[in-house]
Design a protein around this ligand. Structure first.
Ligand code: PGA
Length: 252
């Protein structure tokens, strides 16, 4: 059975004390609660990763980075390599987030390299895909998502997929307060799973976790997660407050 996941993408938010408090609250919750088939991941800014991995030692919390270099090592000022992240105990890395595609010009090829670099270092990519509003309005959303997956993920061998998480994040829903309806989310998730079936077969597709992201919060999480192909969420704004993030975890 595939794992459900709730992952918090903090983006570029919180100072050190706020980050510390948020992680503490999540850890305290996890230590007092037995969760049935839900993995919890926090993806803080890189400067707080050590804080997070330190606190995630003796409990069920997993830690993800928000980005990693597509290069192995060397003269890339400001960049952070997969090897560095792995050596800090980081388990996951968000790759292909629409903000990085848009503001940092990350293209399909670079994202494929990042996916490879993550896997090479035993870090599981949380690979994001999703269409912008004009693409949805033009009825091109399935085509767009298919291309994103084909160009940056479907070069992988079947064995790699046990370490891959896919996140469908319609760009028009990210940070806007406009959530995809449960029907829209389910429709796209089922489509992605069908692509996995066609390329890799039923068993692999059944085992792959597909998250929804985009204005998912404590109010709508239950309805979204109730869909058969929605295996949890990649949560931005609503992951910054422990009460709300915890209530999303409890939506399963
Ligand atoms: P949001 O962001 O929940 O604030 O819409 C989700 C994301 O970008 O991962």
């Amino acid at each position: 059975m595939r794992t459900n996941i709730v992952a918090g993408n903090w983006k570029m938010n919180l100072n050190f004390e706020e980050a510390d408090e948020l992680i503490n609250n999540i850890v305290e919750f996890l230590e007092n609660e037995t969760l049935e088939n839900v993995g919890v991941i926090v993806c803080p800014p890189a400067v707080y990763l050590e804080l997070a991995t330190d606190q995630a030692q003796d409990n069920d919390l997993f830690v993800g980075a928000q980005n990693m270099s597509n290069h192995e090592s060397g003269a890339y000022t400001g960049e952070i390599s997969g090897r560095m992240l792995a050596s800090m105990g980081v388990n996951y890395c968000i790759i292909g987030h629409s903000e990085r595609r848009k503001y940092f010009n990350e293209n399909h090829e670079m994202l494929a390299e990042k996916v490879n670099m993550a896997l090479k270092n035993d870090i599981s990519p949380i690979f994001c895909c999703g269409e912008v509003l004009p693409e949805r309005e033009a009825g091109k959303h399935f085509e767009v998502v298919k291309k994103q997956l084909e160009e940056s993920l479907f070069h992988l061998q079947p064995g790699d997929f046990s370490n891959v998480v896919i996140a469908y994040e319609p760009v028009w829903a990210i940070g806007t307060g406009v959530t995809a309806t449960p029907e829209q989310a389910q429709e796209m998730h089922a489509f992605i799973r069908k692509l996995l079936v066609d390329k890799y077969g039923h068993d692999l597709a059944d085992e792959t976790t597909i998250l929804y992201g985009g204005s998912c919060n404590a109010k709508n999480a239950k309805e979204l997660f109730a869909n058969p192909d929605v295996d949890g969420g990649l949560i931005g704004g609503a992951s910054l407050k422990s009460d709300e993030f915890i209530s999303i975890i409890q939506s399963f």
